[in-house]
Design a protein around this ligand. Sequence first.
Ligand SMILES: NC(=O)c1ccc[n+]([C@@H]2O[C@H](COP(=O)([O-])OP(=O)(O)OC[C@H]3O[C@@H](n4cnc5c(N)ncnc54)[C@H](OP(=O)(O)O)[C@@H]3O)[C@@H](O)[C@H]2O)c1
Length: 197
Amino acid sequence: MKKPDARLTIHMASSLDGFIARKDGRVDWLETADEFAGGDPMDPEFVEAFLKTIECYVMGSRTYETALRFEAQGLGWPYGDKPTFVLTSRDLPRSRDTVEFHRGDLAQFVNGRLRPAFRSIWFVGGGMVSAECLRLGLADEVRYSILPVLIGDGIPFFQKLDRDIALHLAEVKAYRNGMVELRYEVRGHRGGSPNAT
Ligand SMILES: NC(=O)c1ccc[n+]([C@@H]2O[C@H](COP(=O)([O-])OP(=O)(O)OC[C@H]3O[C@@H](n4cnc5c(N)ncnc54)[C@H](OP(=O)(O)O)[C@@H]3O)[C@@H](O)[C@H]2O)c1
């Protein structure tokens, strides 16, 4: 049976011009030197407590390969000990016990496997998987963290969609490092707020 409040969130960080990585996959621009005096500090205790609420991560194979490269460079594994599902049709190296590969029907996987087991399901990229998730009507909310930088070209946040997706702006937060976090509920979706449909 589905957990009644199972929620699927798409979250990524993007440049102001809507890119999640440079064409060659680099995300060096995520580190910016901006300071916005009116912004909230990024309180590590709050971040830690918030991360605890995420029950599993889902990502495309290219995002997984990037995470493996970062780890090999000594930058750590950002998904802790949470179950991490990687969408791929290839045989990729399994870096740890918490990683599980999935191929096949994404809607069936989300509704039949993830929603019954996890309350807070985070899709963490990339652009291809996020678009597929929206196209299939699987996402309840989109969290968009905008960094104060323009990079001109790169991999877009959402790759091509075949229709408009109406959203309801549910939360806006600005941080001292110049990052703005927008949280949108997907309208007309069972996960949206009643007045967002
Ligand atoms: N800024 C951020 O917050 C952020 C977050 C995440 C990623 N990124 C960056 O984004 C880039 C990757 O994004 P991307 O859009 O190129 O790729 P992606 O979405 O990470 O991965 C796409 C791949 O996932 C597999 N896939 C997709 N849908 C599937 C499905 N339903 N079932 C099975 N496999 C499926 C396919 O690979 P196979 O060939 O393996 O089948 C597909 O080529 C990386 O450079 C990463 O660093 C940035």
